[in-house]
Design a protein around this ligand. Structure first.
Ligand SMILES: Cc1cc2nc3c(=O)[nH]c(=O)nc-3n(C[C@H](O)[C@H](O)[C@H](O)COP(=O)(O)OP(=O)(O)OC[C@H]3O[C@@H](n4cnc5c(N)ncnc54)[C@H](O)[C@@H]3O)c2cc1C
Length: 118
């Protein structure tokens, strides 16, 4: 069994707890959820465990001169959203299409026989 537990809390520094402290924290916060949760919490005694804190950097500006923050880092999305690649590509597309209008864009050449471009 593999399980992911996500805890949103104003308490900082939980990632610095030792294993016993982390397990105690998880059990205290997830104990009432039902379904498979009791089995997951019971397995915490000896299952491999990875626990880390997630944060968000808020920048006053996303560009300096010709240097621009792009990729999933430029979006306020959670790693659990499962849409980071989409956002990363969309950011590049929007930047190239809307924010750099002076670029000369040449459309890709298309086959004339109706076939799809390679
Ligand atoms: C397990 C997993 C599953 C995922 N599933 C999905 C999914 O189903 N759908 C989805 O949309 N997204 C998914 N994502 C998220 C998606 O992979 C990322 O959001 C996306 O790859 C971000 O693209 P990016 O170009 O911003 O950054 P990255 O793909 O992280 O590219 C950053 C690049 O910069 C390089 N780099 C870092 N530091 C330096 C440096 N100092 N100098 C030079 N190069 C450097 C890195 O090596 C890397 O190649 C998943 C991510 C993971 C981990």
């Amino acid at each position: 069994m593999a399980a992911t537990l996500t805890l949103r809390t104003p308490i900082r520094g939980l990632e610095r707890l030792d294993r016993a402290g982390i397990v105690t924290t998880l059990r205290a916060n997830f104990t009432d959820l039902g379904w498979e949760t009791p089995c997951i919490l019971a397995a915490l005694d000896d299952a491999p465990l990875h626990f880390e804190a997630l944060g968000q950097a808020r920048l006053p500006t996303w560009s300096r001169g010709r240097v621009v923050l792009l990729g999933d880092a430029a979006w306020a999305t959670s790693p659990f959203a499962g849409i980071g690649a989409t956002l990363a590509v969309t950011g590049g597309y929007v930047l190239a299409g809307g924010s750099l209008p002076t670029l000369t864009r040449t459309p890709p050449s298309r086959p004339t026989n109706g076939a799809c471009a390679p």
